[in-house]
Design a protein around this ligand. Structure first.
Ligand code: F6R
Length: 357
């Protein structure tokens, strides 16, 4: 039930701190350590390459997951859009492990890949919000998101839940491989949950940004580098699906290779700057678009800010920033949709669970 909330989407955005805390609880043992079923960790360690397969928002979570698994556990990862993988399968490594990311566990495009790779006798782990769903039943292993039912068509809490569960999986694998890259994730995710709460309590800021940058625009760009780029892809998807504004996420460095031609006087460009190693280069990209008339808005993380920044995110671990930097983008999309009089929870032409290929 959405209770006092006007829309499920807003309720689900607000539930994110709670979901992170639930995930910590669900994956903690009696010694308060995060644990994953032994067989899953064993399969991770035996794999010479991991293939993450997903669609839409779940695919965007997968891009972040690749970074976690490669950085913490040092296992190479490829991320694939399920509908492409089915018809254009890449050459597989000798010992692949497949991870299917799916909120609903019912997405036909992802299932088609699962069926194919099971025929080839490869191992599969499904990470889903729905116990007993098709993708969960047909894979060898399941990890649950514990996000509670997601009703709004636009996925929000399932995205952050997927990222948190992937962080746990990567971290537990890293520890079990004896790598010192593992984080104290109970502590770090606790900080994340608190930071999420701060952002959910700052909604007016994001409502203002939506009214300032997006009321009459026909398009909007999100730019970032590294992990911020992946979050930009998700921010753009949120905005296009519920507000019908044409939105695109771009890697900052790619702008000059073509996209910058689209910048006109007043074109909104929202930039994320949460990554220290690319902080100056993304700011350079913001200057390039501003010089061509773009209406720019920088959302950065505390410690990396400059005077021009519009909003500062609370400081969290560099690798985990997608868990919080996505929240302003979810809220901006929500308010843009609301202000334009769109149907926030049930956007046109879309279904919550896509059970046809
Ligand atoms: C976007 C959205 C979709 C889903 C995609 C995959 O907000 O909800 O892009 O992420 O259809 O769905 P699942 O995760 O259920 O496989």
């Amino acid at each position: 039930e959405k209770g006092t909330y006007p829309h499920y989407m807003l309720k689900e955005i607000d539930e994110q701190p709670l979901v992170i805390r639930k995930i910590i609880q669900a994956y903690q043992n009696e010694k308060d350590e995060l644990v994953v079923v032994d067989d899953i960790v064993k399969s991770m360690k035996e794999a010479d390459r991991i293939y993450i397969v997903a669609c839409g928002t779940s695919y965007h979570a997968g891009l972040v997951g690749k970074q976690f698994i490669e950085n913490m556990a040092e296992i190479p990862v490829e991320v694939h859009v399920a509908s492409e993988f089915s018809y254009n399968m890449p050459l597989l490594s000798a010992k692949p492990l497949f991870i299917f990311l799916s909120q609903s566990g019912e997405t036909a495009d992802s299932r088609a890949v699962l069926v194919r790779i099971k025929e080839m006798e490869h191992r599969a782990l499904t990470i889903t919000n729905v116990p007993g769903s098709t993708l969960s039943r047909e894979a060898d292993y399941t990890m649950l998101l514990h996000a509670g039912p997601e009703i709004a068509v636009a996925s929000t809490k399932a995205y952050t839940a997927q990222i948190a569960v992937l962080a746990i999986l990567a971290n537990v694998t890293a520890k079990s491989r004896g790598m010192n890259l593992a984080l104290d994730l109970v502590h770090e995710l606790g900080i994340i949950a608190n930071a999420m709460e701060v952002l959910c309590d700052t909604k007016e800021e994001f409502e203002k940004m939506a009214s300032e940058f997006l009321p009459f625009t026909r398009n909007c760009f999100f730019i970032g580098r590294s992990l911020d780029y992946f979050v930009c892809l998700e921010g753009a998807l949120k905005l296009k699906e519920i507000s019908y504004i044409q939105a695109e996420g771009f890697a900052g460095g790619e702008l000059k290779h073509g996209t910058i031609a689209l910048i006109e006087d007043g074109t909104p460009v929202i930039a994320l700057a949460t990554q220290e190693n690319v902080n100056w280069s993304i700011r350079g990209n913001v200057k390039e678009v501003a010089a061509r008339g773009a209406n720019t808005c920088i959302i950065s993380m505390k410690g990396l800010e400059t005077e021009e920044d519009r909003f500062l995110l609370p400081k969290v671990n560099q690798l985990l920033t997608p868990l919080i930097s996505v929240i302003p983008l979810q809220l901006i999309a929500y308010y843009a949709s609301l202000h334009r009089g769109c149907d926030v929870d049930k956007p046109r032409n879309l279904a919550k669970s896509v059970t046809v290929e």
